[in-house]
Write a protein that binds this ligand. Structure first.
Ligand code: LCS
Length: 393
């Protein structure tokens, strides 16, 4: 059965509905680097794109294809491209659209390495860049240049949780024939579909919500149309940013419970956010489910739920934040996010530490900012843990 018109959970469980030739209910791990051709003509036809047979795992593999097609279905896109990691996906998109003399326009609070690789590496090959606060449409409008070749958004952004007006930015970009790519890692396709909101490309760090169990690193790109797909896929293949079949198998398994995990985690997150908002030691909090979030209305329009990510600052700044992080017992002091366990970390000294002091300042990645990824434990236990750790501050 084709699941194009099935509900979200049915798509998660059954994917494209393609049947395994051996009757295996779960798509098996095709742990092979290469595939035998039926004969010389078949081999030539596979390379010419005239047969859809498999050739070599860097180019394509049935376990990886199952994941790619399922995520494309969830993101309502043309097709998916699995990558070695989220950064593999980000870099593949950059490589496909940028080059000497071209310009990228992006948010000043994207995941640290997504900016650091542009300023530290792509700049060496003549790529220009501008980082603005894309939650302000006027800043985006003012930063577009004749050579802008890609607008790259992250919404909600890591780690400030700022929400950008994806439809308005896409309309503006398309007036200038500029493609828009959205990193949808913080939402997952369960909460937001950027392609439906007007974007041309969407990508994810699969390491986070889509796999959800903190046991793989992976990435994926989904495009709206065939031309973008071919362009990006050939870049992934030639740079060797491909997934591994075992990594794809685990991700496909984790993906089946995406919606029930997110439902549970965001229910917890709402309770944790309300607790932190009224705590006397908390100076500020950014969570899309709280009316105090500056883009609360916009978030409600673009996202089906507020998600499980939040950032906050304590009175007393960094020293207070360090005390909190050193005293949590149930929450784990670790980077990454979107897993079943609650994780706490300090972006300025951890995930975003490679950015210059100026870049951190303009992106609002202050020393006092602590980021929390709320898991699926009992909300009462998470709150009790934060409460006892806050008591030490
Ligand atoms: N995009 C976003 C929004 C991310 O948060 C990350 C990783 C990536 C891309 C890159 O994905 P990866 O290569 O790690 O699969 N974010 C991390 C974080 O906030 N803590 O640790 C990793």
């Amino acid at each position: 059965m084709n699941h194009e018109h099935s509900g979200f959970n049915s798509k998660l469980v059954h994917g494209t509905g393609a049947k395994d030739p051996m009757g295996s209910v779960i798509t098996p791990i095709y742990q092979t680097s290469t595939f035998a051709f039926q004969n010389a003509d078949h081999g030539a036809a596979c390379f010419a794109g005239e047969s859809d047979g498999y050739i070599y795992t860097r180019i394509g593999n049935p376990t990886i294809r199952d994941l790619e097609k399922t995520v494309a279905l969830l993101e309502k896109g043309y097709d998916g491209i699995g990558c070695s990691s989220g950064m593999g996906a980000v870099t593949t998109v950059y490589m496909a659209y940028l080059g000497s003399g071209k310009h990228i326009l992006s948010h000043n609070a994207v995941y640290g390495p997504s900016r650091a690789i542009i300023e530290g590496t792509f700049s060496k090959f003549g790529v220009e860049s501008t980082y603005v606060d894309t939650t302000d449409l006027e800043q985006v409008r003012a930063a577009i240049r004749p050579n802008t070749a890609l607008i790259y958004l992250e919404s909600p952004a890591n780690p400030t949780i700022g929400i950008s007006d994806i439809p308005a930015i896409c309309r503006l970009a398309h007036q200038h024939n500029i493609p828009v790519c959205v990193d949808n890692t913080f939402c997952s396709p369960y909460l937001q579909n950027p392609l439906e909101l007007g974007a041309d490309i969407v990508l994810h760090s699969l390491t986070k919500f889509l796999n959800g169990h903190a046991d793989i690193v992976g990435g994926i790109i989904v495009t709206k149309d065939a031309a973008e797909y071919k362009k990006i896929r050939s870049m992934m293949v030639i740079t060797g940013c491909n997934m591994d079949p075992h990594q794809a198998f685990l991700t496909r398994r984790g993906l089946k419970t995406l919606a029930i995990r997110i439902d549970r985690a965001q229910e917890n997150a709402m309770k944790v956010a309300r607790f932190l908002e009224t705590h006397p030691k908390v100076a500020w909090i950014m969570y899309p489910g709280l009316p105090s979030h500056p883009q609360y209305e916009l978030g409600n329009k673009l996202m089906k739920g507020p998600g499980a990510m939040m950032s906050f600052g304590l009175k007393g700044g960094l020293e207070s934040g360090k005390k909190l992080m050193d005293h949590v017992q149930l929450c784990v002091l670790a980077v990454s996010l979107g897993g079943i366990e609650t994780l706490i970390q300090h972006p300025a000294s951890m995930t975003h530490s490679k950015l210059s002091a100026a870049a951190k300042k303009e992106g609002g990645i202050s020393d006092e900012l602590v980021r929390l990824s709320v898991g699926i434990e009992e909300a009462e236990d998470i709150i009790a843990d934060l409460e006892q750790a806050l008591a030490t501050v």
